[in-house]
Write a protein that binds this ligand. Structure first.
Ligand code: AMP
Ligand code: ZN
Ligand code: FE
Ligand code: FE
Length: 278
């Protein structure tokens, strides 16, 4: 069991534990430092920080921004974020509104296809998630009996190139990196295996780290990524991508062991950044 886990989701996006529960659970598991990195939202951070206040657990305020490059999904983590930053939160609001409008369009297409859904129900299923989207529409379709399973909803209707699919507005990774830097954060490429070719462009844009330690990476892959980090002068970071027990990605909090040295390097960069800003 590692003692540092820098990639964790809460109910503020698509995790099953509330931010306070994550803080409690991390403490119980003997973790010394964690980062909360919800998808496209800072909404869970204050609750987590508050819950850890009187404990030994350190919480790094973070985020995971979804972006797209050449039709590939690219995720950029941001650490030591000034998470109350107005411009950052305004931009996140715009992204959330775009998600909502797009989901409504899909519901409209489904109605035209003879499968009316109640919009209020879709929103209820999403429970205020920052990642309102196809998974919630899929559950609503299943609930109505229009499909026999969650996956079938994608296969028949809302998967790419299916009749009710509407693409969603996506940031480019360079835009995501700029958003994080503008809010004093440190941008890191999440689960980078297979996306190494993007590194020159992302490093040029200000990337400072690479998520080398990740549940789906083999030991060999992790070693290669650590070496790649060295070559680019990046900090090798990592985390479990915890979403909840029994969930498909990152099902055990702290299951990935991130060297303390990585955290120290990150926090040193954050301090430096703060002092040069004055
Ligand atoms: P969205 O961001 O609204 O386009 O939804 C993307 C999410 O939908 C992904 O993170 C997956 O959880 C889920 N998803 C996408 N494609 C499929 C698929 N073919 N089968 C099952 N789930 C999928
Ligand atoms: Zn997620
Ligand atoms: Fe991700
Ligand atoms: Fe994640």
């Amino acid at each position: 069991m590692g003692s540092v886990d820098l990639h964790i989701h809460t109910t503020a996006s698509d995790g099953t534990f509330t931010p306070a529960e994550i803080a409690r659970e991390a403490g119980a598991r003997g973790l010394v430092a964690i980062a909360i990195t919800d998808h496209d939202t800072t909404a869970g951070l204050d609750e987590a920080l508050e819950a850890a206040k009187a404990t030994a657990l350190k919480i790094v305020p973070g985020i995971e921004l979804s972006a797209e490059l050449g039709s590939e999904e690219v995720h950029i983590l941001g650490y030591y974020l000034a998470h109350h930053d107005r411009i950052l939160n305004d931009k996140l609001d715009v992204l959330r509104r775009a998600r909502r409008d797009r989901a409504r369009k899909m519901v409209e297409r489904l109605r035209e296809l003879g499968m009316p859904l109640e919009w209020d129900r879709v929103e209820e299923i999403a429970q205020g998630s920052s990642a309102l989207g196809r998974p919630h529409v899929a559950y609503a379709l299943e609930e109505k009996g229009y499909v026999s399973s969650f996956n079938e909803a994608f296969d028949l209707y809302i998967g790419v190139k299916r009749p009710a699919y509407v693409p969603r507005y996506k940031l480019t990774p360079v835009e995501a990196i700029a958003m994080i830097i503008a809010a004093e954060g440190l941008p890191v490429l999440a689960h980078p295996w297979g996306q190494e070719r993007f590194l020159p462009e992302l490093v040029e844009a200000g990337l400072v780290g690479l998520e080398a330690y990740y549940p789906s990476h083999t030991t060999e892959q992790t070693e290669l990524l650590v070496r790649l980090s060295e070559r680019y002068g990046l900090v090798p970071t990592g985390g479990s991508d915890f979403h909840g027990y029994g969930r498909s990605v990152g099902d055990v909090l702290g299951m990935v062991s991130v060297p303390m040295k990585s955290l120290r390097r990150l926090s040193a960069l954050a301090m430096n950044r703060a002092s040069t800003r004055g």
